[in-house]
Every structure is written in structure tokens, then in C-alpha cells.
Design a protein around this ligand. Structure first.
Ligand code: MLT
Length: 273
């Protein structure tokens, strides 16, 4: 069910499914996507959990506001979103930028996390070359709009085989990118370029963590996932075969199985306490 609430004075659009009293599982999309990328996960979880997917500021149907975007601001939004929904603790699943947001938020309020799923993401900041590339992309989009940017992005987002086997998903992601306002994309690119590393904080994470990565992820490859899993106490690493950067869309069955397995473990451990 699609709903809207005000968070930090900004309208936030979200889907909420499942059982109101069950463990909340909050999904955070990557850049530049929207909550709609999680439809299959909401469906898979709704009989046992309370899955929620929201649009990050400036994306989907959420407002952008006037404040400069930053990963820290997006993390404050996540924690305030939980406050408004009166969610004390949730399992949070963030893909790529969603993972950056979750890793920032867990440093601020670790007790709000019953568990963390880090999908196709990384803990490092941008390299100087990566930052430079984002600045060039901002200038390019301001001059030329989103068409070329969208096509170039798609090449890196999906595993080669997915262009045949997941044509609907490719179409959906193209449409989502083109439907995001140019200015929101540029402001988010700046936020991504300016983000701080979170690798040095991973050893302090106490919540159960599952790191998921597509075997063919070119943007945040297996080594980046391995690095996080090695640094987080007790974290488990799952590699989803034949998927690129968008594991939940490219291999929804395998992705959902892993998420459900992880959530069952989290619930079992909560019952033991
Ligand atoms: C994403 O999918 O969120 C982006 O690839 C993240 C990034 O560009 O660093």
C-alpha cells in the first residue's frame, strides 16, 4: 500500500505491506532508483514480516527539499522516518547507495538496527578519479539531460545475460532513471562524491549482518563485499550467481531466499534473548 508522511519537513512516499506487529524490514533503494525496485521483496516477505520500502529524498515520489543532499542527511531521514512510524528497531536492507545510507545511520544510532543487509554496496569513499568522474557527469547532465547518461548507466548496472533474460527489469530501470529529475540526480551525484568512508567503523557493528553481491557486479564487485564481510564481526557473505549490480531485480528468487533465511535467523536469535 502506498502512503506518504512528512519526515524532517519533507514529504516521504513509501510502501508498507505485511503484518503491523511483525518485525519491520526497511528497504533502501540505490541511485537513481525508487522504492518500486523492491516490489518482489515486499511480496515475498509480507506473510511473515512488515516490509517497508521508501523513496529517498529527491527520488520517486518523495520531496527533494532545499538542503544540500548528503549521505548523512539521507541517514538522518531514515532514522526520522523510523521515529515517525514509531519503529524502534528494524532490519534494514540497503542496495548500493542504500547501503551507504544504512552504514551511516548505524553509526549514529546502532540500537535501531535488529539486523543489516548490505546488498551490492561498499564501505569506501570515492577515489579522486571516481569523484572527478561524478563531477564530469554532473556537468554532462546539466548540458545534455539524462538520455545518454541513462543508457551508459544501464550497461554497468546489469549482468550481460540480464539484457536478454530480464528485459522488463532493464526497461523499468531505464524508465526510473529518466523519471528522476535531472537536478535530483546531480545533487545526489554530489552527495555520493562527498560521502565519507565507513570501513573504519565496521568492526564496531554488533547487529547481525548479511553482505550480498552479484557475481558480475561491476560497480561494487565481490572484493568490496568480501572486504566488508571480513571486517564486520560474524557477518556472512552471499554471492548471487549470474547477477550484476541489481541482484534483487536480476535474481529475485535467490535474493529473496537469502533475505528470508537471514530474517529467520534474526528472529530465532531474538526469541532466544
Ligand atoms: C547505486 O547503485 O546506488 C550507485 O551505483 C552507487 C554509486 O554510484 O556509488
Amino acid at each position: 500500500m502506498e502512503k506518504e508522511i512528512s519526515v524532517n519537513g519533507n514529504p516521504v512516499s513509501y510502501f508498507e505491506e505485511g503484518l503491523p506487529e511483525a518485525l519491520p524490514v526497511i528497504f533502501i533503494h540505490g541511485f537513481p532508483f525508487s522504492k518500486s525496485m523492491w516490489m518482489r521483496q515486499l511480496d515475498a516477505l509480507k506473510n511473515k514480516y512488515r516490509p517497508i520500502a521508501y523513496d529517498v529524498r529527491g527520488h520517486g515520489k518523495s520531496g527533494a527539499g532545499k538542503t544540500d543532499f548528503s549521505i548523512s542527511l539521507f541517514a538522518d531521514d531514515l532514522l526520522a522516518f523510523m521515529d515517525v512510524l514509531k519503529i524502534e528497531k528494524a532490519v534494514v536492507c540497503g542496495l548500493s547507495m542504500g547501503g551507504y545510507i544504512a552504514l551511516n545511520a548505524i553509526q549514529k544510532q546502532p540500537d535501531r538496527f535488529a539486523g543489516l543487509i548490505l546488498a551490492d554496496t561498499q564501505c569506501g569513499a570515492d577515489t579522486p578519479e571516481g569523484r572527478e568522474k561524478r563531477m564530469k557527469t554532473i556537468a554532462f547532465i546539466r548540458k545534455n539531460g539524462l538520455d545518454v547518461y541513462a543508457e551508459e548507466s544501464l550497461k554497468n548496472l546489469f549482468a550481460p545475460a540480464s539484457f536478454q533474460s530480464r528485459q522488463e527489469e532493464v526497461k523499468f530501470i531505464r524508465k526510473t532513471i529518466l523519471g528522476t529529475p535531472d537536478e535530483a540526480i546531480c545533487r545526489t551525484l554530489q552527495a555520493l562524491a562527498d560521502r565519507e568512508e565507513s570501513c573504519s567503523c565496521l568492526a564496531k557493528i554488533k547487529a547481525p549482518v548479511c553482505v550480498v553481491v552479484g557475481s558480475e557486479d561491476k560497480i561494487t564487485p565481490i572484493q568490496a563485499a568480501q572486504k566488508m564481510a571480513d571486517a564486520i564481526p560474524g557477518a556472512k557473505l552471499v554471492i548471487i550467481e549470474k547477477a550484476g549490480h541489481l541482484t534483487n531485480l536480476e535474481m529475485p528468487g535467490a535474493f529473496n531466499d537469502q533475505v528470508l533465511k537471514f530474517l529467520d535467523d534474526v528472529r530465532q536469535n531474538q526469541l532466544k534473548k
